[in-house]
Ligand binder design. Structure first.
Ligand code: MN
Length: 259
């Protein structure tokens, strides 16, 4: 087993394996999900300088951050949803660390989403993907490639019109298949949350959150660079901050892929 790790390190050093950063920059302009006005909202990130080589600290620079747990590229823990609130090890500080690492299955629906922003992944799409790439292994991250992260303008990214946000996501039956029959680690998306923009009107509302977190699965939102991953064969590491009773956390998501 020592040999496997030495081979891994040598492959990374020599460039035969490369690291792809699936994380968006985190700053005051980072888009944050908007909810209907009767619900409390999450603030955008604000950064306040403590000192920057000045009277407040002549030789050091550091900042204070103020942000919601679910800001930018972030991790959703099962406790985030009411369906997962009583599960064991459901918070950022209690999830066993080995569950932050898994193989990635990347389902590319970018072409469908380009012509239909409200696209929903169905079991038929998953089974068609499996016919080409094999059955999704238990313990996988299932990443939905939509190219939505290429919408650099926050307005286009959130894509809100008079009847709310429009962005792709999962049909309830697809979330059920992935959670119950494939036993994945969780899903990752390029959009601001792991449910479709219109999902507040679905039955149940926000079905992917309801089903995934009720089954003890995770979510990753606001990913990017999924177009640099192969359909299978990448290893993804997504470890949230160890926030005590945390419902989620900004996260640096890394993929190790063959060069
Ligand atoms: Mn979230």
């Amino acid at each position: 087993m020592v040999n496997i790790l030495m081979q891994l390190m040598e492959a990374l050093r020599s460039g035969r394996l490369k690291v792809v950063d699936l994380t968006q920059p985190l700053g005051p302009e980072t888009p944050v999900i908007t909810l209907p006005p009767m619900f409390a909202s999450s603030p955008p990130l604000s950064i306040e300088v403590i000192s920057r080589y000045d009277d407040q600290g002549p030789a050091w620079y550091w900042n204070t951050l103020h942000l919601g747990e679910h800001t930018g590229t972030h991790f959703d823990a099962p406790v985030h949803w009411i369906t997962g609130k009583d599960l064991p090890n459901n918070t950022c500080d209690t999830i066993p660390a080995h569950r932050f690492i898994g193989p990635a299955c990347v389902i590319d629906v970018s072409r469908e989403v380009a012509s239909f922003p409200d696209f929903l992944l169905t079991p038929e799409h998953i089974l068609a993907w499996e016919a080409h790439h094999g059955r999704i292994p238990a313990g996988s991250w299932v990443l939905l490639r939509t190219d939505w992260s290429k919408r650099a303008d926050p307005e286009a990214f959130l894509n809100i019109d008079e009847d709310g946000p429009h962005s792709p996501g999962f049909h309830k039956s697809a979330s059920e298949l992935l959670a119950y029959e494939r036993d994945i680690l969780g899903v990752g998306v390029e959009t601001v949350g792991t449910d479709a923009g219109q999902a507040g009107k679905f039955d149940p509302p926000f079905p992917n959150h309801t089903i995934m977190h009720g089954a003890g699965k995770f979510g990753l939102a606001s990913l990017c660079n999924l177009d640099q991953l192969p359909p299978t064969g990448a290893l993804v590491i997504a470890a949230p901050l160890k926030i005590v009773e945390g419902s989620g956390s900004p996260v640096r998501v890394l993929a190790i892929v063959p060069a």
